[in-house]
Design a protein around this ligand. Structure first.
Ligand SMILES: [Zn+2]
Length: 113
């Protein structure tokens, strides 16, 4: 099962928020620690096309993937920290003050799941 996948019935529970936050924090940590891609470090996969432009696109993707994954995981961490249950009962979102789970967390959970 992919790390983000969870039944729709679990979405919105505080434990589901903690699980998603832990998943994106782990992705952020792994991408931060990863050696940046270089043709000499891990090589270049075989091309799926004879197009030079497609190959340039592949190389640009690999060259930027580590930083882009780090940035995207960082955005997810910040969104989850912003939209998190607040207080002892966790009945409201600390970011938007709407009843928990707020629509933003619901959408984040749906998109990651
Ligand atoms: Zn919210």
């Amino acid at each position: 099962m992919p790390p983000f996948t969870s039944p729709a019935s679990r979405r919105g529970r505080p434990s589901e928020h903690a699980r998603l936050l832990r998943c994106v924090q782990e992705i952020l940590e792994r991408s931060d620690r990863a050696v940046p891609w270089d043709p000499d470090t891990v090589g270049l996969p075989d091309a799926h096309s004879d197009s030079a432009l497609a190959r340039i696109n592949d190389v640009a993707f690999y060259a930027n993937a580590r930083d882009e994954v780090t940035n995207l995981a960082g955005v997810c961490v910040h969104l989850l920290l912003l939209h998190s249950p607040e207080g002892d009962d966790g009945s409201r979102c600390q970011g938007c003050r709407l009843p928990w789970p707020c629509p933003s967390f619901g959408e984040i959970s749906r998109l990651l799941g």
